[in-house]
Ligand binder design. Sequence first.
Ligand code: S3P
Length: 180
Amino acid sequence: MENISLIGFMGSGKTTVGKLLAGRLGWRFTDTDALIESAAGNSVPEIFAGEGEAAFREREAAAVREACRGVCQVVATGGGAVLRAENVAVFRESSFVIWLTARPDVVVARTERAAQNRPLLARRDGDLLTHVLKMLGERGPIYQAAAHLIVDTSDRTPDAVAAEIQRKWEKWTQETPEAG
Ligand code: S3P
């Protein structure tokens, strides 16, 4: 396990916290959505619109394999990357896996202004909070089963979250010498 992978719902802070954490550790930062976009030459919403979700998930599985091949990296993942068991296996084999959580109202506050950048939030029947609650209910157990550690990000600065993860990672590598 030579990476840290951040999993969790849209708006949980994976990219923001991941960049800060990588800076603290002196590690590389990798973002699976960014890998997908550069391989496709298209944005995530354009891939969803042009190729559909199934094709996006294929691209995502390839990006997960590529991202987790390195060492000393913080890997920020797309919120749905855990939906494929093969991705979860790659994360757990290569990384200390951290589930970043946020209260549903916090997720809404962080995502509502740019919900159109997230096709699975843009395409909904009712209001954003109801939609987020439904998706969180479906995905919560999947994130939980995939994670080695859970860190809540609600009402906290990204740097405070990054500092907590750094402390826990250092503690964990001391207690589990074969891990680091
Ligand atoms: C998705 C989350 C997005 C992106 C895509 C699908 C999901 O990433 O991969 O829109 O299924 O939750 P973020 O979690 O970085 O927003």
